[in-house]
Design a protein around this ligand. Structure first.
Ligand code: XIL
Length: 298
């Protein structure tokens, strides 16, 4: 039968989900995930605190569990994420300046070499911009100097030339937001100067404070016009209204370089915002109206 993955594939796109290693023993979960999706993002297992809990000592147990499950089930993997202000282990919080900059480079090299040639796209840098100003977010990484993002991307390109390299963020879906303009200007600068960047990930966590707006399509178009792929990387919508889900899918389909959509979890209780019931499957594994709307739109 038709699934989200096979429906998306008809236009050359993928349809993915976040996967949690701790749920791979739940057969109701793996049945849905195995059937419906053809791209997998580890929800937490590739983050810095999980992969480098002590400096220089890399741990891939949980990440490999997801990676192996994905490959055994014919799915590709998005790597998430190499450099982020959150999920920082304590050893990293005590570093500054050139020691922190070197730790960033070593981390990127350590994780990307483990998965060299095996990851479709990496979220190299996650959430580096401030919500309000359109400028950079204050973080340990930012205090090492403005060029940290560019250094991360150059390091990533050298570590695994086969992987697409993405910048990923939230609240950059609405074209009128200052944060959207800040990220757009960075990507424009990178592409004009030849800093290696292949894609921009729009998390798309929509809720009443940061609702979906029809100009998401304009945003996707404008970023794509810079010469990068655009992807919807962490989609969930408070209350899962079917029409909003369909609108998001149609926005992606309207932009040739929007080449994939990932929802941030399988069933509502799996969601990081489970009280919002924001996903496509309910707690019993049943298909919600939003599921049908997405499938029909694809
Ligand atoms: C979230 C996970 O879903 C939670 O399980 C975890 O406790 C915190 O991180 N932006 C991102 C994701 O890029 O990594 C976040 O995932 C959600 C927001």
């Amino acid at each position: 039968g038709t699934t989200l993955g096979t429906a998306a594939a008809r236009s050359g796109r993928y349809f993915g989900t976040a996967i949690s290693a701790s749920k791979l023993g739940d057969s109701a979960y793996t049945t849905i995930a195995g059937r419906e999706f053809d791209m997998v993002t580890p929800e937490n297992e590739m983050k810095l605190d999980a992969t480098e809990p002590r400096q220089g000592q890399f741990v891939f147990t949980a990440a490999d569990r997801i990676f192996d499950w994905a490959v055994q089930n014919g799915k590709r993997v998005r790597g998430h994420t190499l450099v982020w202000h959150a999920a920082e282990p304590s050893w990293l919080q005590s570093l500054t300046g050139s020691a922190l900059r070197q730790a960033m480079i070593d981390h990127i090299n350590g994780v990307m070499s483990h998965y060299k040639g095996k990851i479709y796209a990496w979220d190299v840098v996650n959430e580096a911009f401030s919500d309000s100003t359109g400028g950079r977010r204050d973080s340990n990484w930012q205090r090492t100097g403005d060029d940290w993002i560019e250094v991360a991307f150059r390091t990533a390109r050298a570590a695994d030339p086969a992987a697409k390299l993405c910048y990923n963020d939230y609240n950059i879906e609405n074209w009128s937001w200052a944060k959207t303009q800040g990220v757009y200007n960075m990507v424009k600068d990178f592409t004009s100067r030849g800093v290696p960047i292949d894609c921009v990930g729009f998390q798309a966590h929509f809720n009443s404070l940061t609702p979906y707006s029809a100009d998401f399509r304009t945003t996707l178009r404008n970023f794509a016009a810079l010469g990068v792929d655009v992807q919807i990387t962490e989609l969930d919508i408070q209350g899962a209204p079917a029409t909003t889900y369909a609108n998001v899918v149609n926005d992606c389909l309207a932009v040739p370089r929007c080449n994939g959509i990932t929802v941030w979890g399988v069933r509502d209780p799996d969601s990081w915002r489970s009280s919002d019931t924001p996903l496509l499957f309910d707690g019993n594994g049943g298909k919600k109206p939003a599921y049908t709307a997405v499938l029909d739109a694809l």
